[in-house]
Design a protein around this ligand. Structure first.
Ligand SMILES: Cc1cc2nc3c(=O)[nH]c(=O)nc-3n(C[C@H](O)[C@H](O)[C@H](O)COP(=O)(O)O)c2cc1C
Length: 207
């Protein structure tokens, strides 16, 4: 099933997108809007209005069952440094349920995260409860931890970021218990294929 999470993600949470480049912080930051109208009260409902409108619009265009969204509610690194993330994102999750989105994918690094650290207690339990649908968790997982999180019901699925860059055969490695190759930070933002199509599979590496 083709999923369009990247559409909303790049609109709202991609700090490199043209919209958010206009401000020093991601578009959806502490106040969910960098420029509230003077007569607009700073209510929780208003803070989730923009994200809800975008979700409704995308879901209206391609179908809610083909639309997901990423939330990153737990700190300033590639996320949102919200003053009240549990309440704000809890309501946002509820609104996403009303729109009927297929899933929420959540970046939730731990306090020892290797790519940003959470500055607040975990938000995923609140999201899970208030969304009620599939919640995909992300950050610092390997195969064993991913399996444990799904089996315990903590997550419905796990998303991988950096491991997929360096391991084109990631599912096979997880299935066979083959250690992950390490990604090279120097080529994360290469302007061409370098660092994205040249990591070998475990099979090729062994040959
Ligand atoms: C090169 C690179 C680009 C990324 N770009 C984005 C992005 O545009 N938006 C976003 O929400 N997260 C982005 N991330 C974060 C990943 O989606 C993911 O949350 C992060 O890598 C942690 O997961 P991991 O431990 O599985 O790598 C990026 C990560 C990397 C390495």
């Amino acid at each position: 099933m083709p999923i369009t999470s990247s559409v909303i993600r790049s609109l709202l949470f991609h700090k490199y997108c043209p919209v958010s480049l206009a401000s020093p912080a991601p578009l959806i930051s502490c106040g969910w809007s960098t420029a509230p109208a003077a007569d607009e009260p700073r209510t929780l409902e208003n803070r989730v209005r923009l994200v809800t409108k975008v979700a409704q619009t995308v879901a209206g265009a391609v179908g809610p069952e083909r639309t997901g969204i990423r939330f990153s509610p737990n700190g300033p690194i590639q996320g949102v440094d919200d003053s009240n993330p549990h309440e704000t994102f809890g309501l946002a999750a509820e609104m996403m349920a009303r729109v009927g989105l297929a899933f929420i994918e959540m970046r939730e690094p731990g306090p020892d995260g290797t790519f940003g650290k959470a500055t607040v207690p975990p938000v995923a339990p609140v999201i899970k409860e208030r969304f009620g649908g599939p919640v995909i968790l992300n950050c610092d997982y390997d195969g064993a931890r991913a399996q444990a999180a799904v089996e315990s019901g903590e997550a419905d699925a796990i998303a991988f970021g950096r491991p997929y860059i360096a391991n084109p055969d990631l599912p096979e490695r997880i299935a066979k218990g083959v250690p992950f190759a390490k990604d090279d930070i120097k080529t994360w933002y290469s302007q061409g294929p370098e660092g994205y199509v040249d990591y070998p599979t475990a099979e090729k590496q062994a040959a």
